[in-house]
Structures are given as structure tokens and as C-alpha cells.
Ligand binder design. Sequence first.
Ligand SMILES: Nc1ncnc2c1ncn2[C@@H]1O[C@H](COP(=O)(O)OP(=O)(O)OP(=O)(O)O)[C@@H](O)[C@H]1O
Ligand SMILES: [Mg+2]
Length: 335
Amino acid sequence: MVYAIKAHNLTKKLGKKEVLRALSLEAPAGTVVGLLGPNGAGKTTTVRILSTLLPVDSGRVEICGIDASAQPGRIRGLIGLTGQFAAVDMVLTGRENVELVARLYRIGRAEARRRTAEVLARFGLDEVAGQPVKTYSGGMRRRLDLATSILMRPRVLFLDEPTTGLDLESRLGLWAEIETLVRDGTTVLLTTQYLDEADRLASSITVLDHGRTVAQGSPTELKSRVGGDRVEFVLADPAQIDTAVSLLRTVGEQEPVVDRSLAQVTVRLGGDVSAVAEMLRQLRDTDVQVVTHVVRQPTLDDVFLALTGSRAAAAAEEAPAARNGRRTAGKGADR
Ligand SMILES: Nc1ncnc2c1ncn2[C@@H]1O[C@H](COP(=O)(O)OP(=O)(O)OP(=O)(O)O)[C@@H](O)[C@H]1O
Ligand SMILES: [Mg+2]
């Protein structure tokens, strides 16, 4: 198999913090790999290392067979990067932004114009290309960023949280564009905090927590460990939580998860959504009042609960007091 990305045993300390601990991942050419993790997990650090912007302390990175520590310059000619925060100039127009980057790559003026028009059209920005970027929506800025990063037709594209903060329609649009790039042969590494995004796009997912790999595999493998849809019941009276839990324990797939502050009980469903009606009936028969219930897909938090037994805690909240607070809250919320 030809690998576009190979990372072996990466470790990285920033200040006193071990940001990456023995991270290994690989991407066969023409595939998408997903890096899934909460705030502070080490996603951006990984992207910066793989795109040669940051050296590793130990471990080895190869991009398209080229060793990153030996020939970073060669790698830079093969990759594109869309950072976590849109790197566009607000005063310039969309077209001027892209042309500026094209000129930085020392493409001739005519070719720069041609490629700019091509990528703007590809990302549906041709109509707004003459407007200043400050008039663009968040989704349009993201698309402009992505358009710029494929200007040089990279073989490997790094996308750091490409859809965070976007509405559903913009997310779906970006996903379709990423899929087209991959169909044309680009290899993509994307970071995300959304399980559905990794599931939809990636053929292999690495789940990171505090720089450690907590799971790695195909979306199917991951989902079989995490399970299917969840149903959340919000109760009228928090005092009835224990009654609800002991009842739902017998019908759900797994021990219910409780959030006392929200008077909420979450149950993992098997394949069968009709089980929800039965749960509601039983709750009613036991006089437990349900204010509302929602069936939803598993989130990153569910992934962490299933894989690690605790919730995804952002690294920033690692101060002892905050951490204890959260653990306690988490305990009530666990099994
Ligand atoms: N220059 C630095 N010096 C010290 N610590 C750093 C530095 N840069 C990042 N960190 C720490 O490294 C950890 C990982 O940061 P990173 O930005 O890679 O996380 P992330 O997964 O991208 O998070 P987010 O989802 O918030 O973007 C965090 O705890 C962060 O505080
Ligand atoms: Mg980040």
C-alpha cells in the first residue's frame, strides 16, 4: 500500500506539558483519516507537526515517502493546510485573497488569475469573489480558506476543524467538497470534535485524549464500541431520577447515564428505535413524569464515556479543583 501520511510514535512536549504521547497514524493515499478529540487533545499540534511547522521531540513523520526531519521543504511543496482559524484578510476581496497567495507561490500573473478563478468557482464563490471578505459568512470564509489551500493542487491536505462553528447546510456543503477532492486523489487528514463528521468522511479514525490515543480504527469499528443512537429523557422532578434509572436499566442496551443538574437520563438504544415508545410507556406506568425526550446520534462525549468510562474533559480544565469538580459531576453522570 502507498501511504501519503505515516507518523510513528510521535511525542511532543510544549512547555512542561506532554502534548503528544506516542501517537502513530497512517493514511493510505487517496483516503481521509480523522483525528477526533476534545479541546486540548493535541489535534492542532499533530497537524502542525505533520505539516512540518513544528518539529517532534521523538518519532518519525513521512509524507508521500519523504522524511519530514530530513526534507521539510520538499514536503511543503506537496501539502496544503487549512488552519483552525480562517487565515484570510478581511479587507481584501475573496479574489484578491486567493491571488495574493498564488503570487506568494510565484505563479505568473496570468496563471494566478486562471487558478484563482478555477478554485473560486469550485467552491461556489465566483459570485461573491469581488466583495470584501468581511462581508462573508463564516461558511464562506471557510470555503475561501479551503479554496486557497488547494490552489497548488496538494497531494496531501490538512484540515484543522474545517466545520467547527458552521451551520448544518455549510457543513454538508464542505463535506461534499472534501469528498470531491478525495475522489480526485487527494489524501486528507482532518481534525474534528464531531463523531458524525469523522464517520461520514474518514476511513480511519484516531481518537485522542490528552495526547494519548484512546481508540483507532474504521468508523464501523469505533461505532460498534460506542453503540448507536441515544435517547435522552428530561424529567419533571429530579427526585424521580433513581426510579427512572432502575426502570430504564432493564430496557436499555447499557447502564443509563444521568445528569442530575438537568434532571436528565440518557439511554443507549440497540438497533430498535421503537424501544423508546416502550420506555415512555413504562415510565408513565410508574408515574415518572417526562417533560421531553430526544433521540440523537452519539456525540464525542458518548464516545469518551464508552471508551474511557469518563467524559471528554478539555485539557484547559485540568487545574486540580476544576478537575475534581468535573469528575464528581462526571461520576453522577456515569454508571
Ligand atoms: N506553545 C504552547 N506551549 C504550551 N502548551 C501548549 C502550546 N501550544 C499548545 N499547548 C497545549 O497543548 C495541548 C494541546 O493543544 P492543541 O492546540 O494541539 O489541542 P487541540 O486538540 O487542537 O484543541 P482545540 O480543540 O481546542 O483546538 C493543550 O493543552 C494546549 O494548552
Ligand atoms: Mg486545535
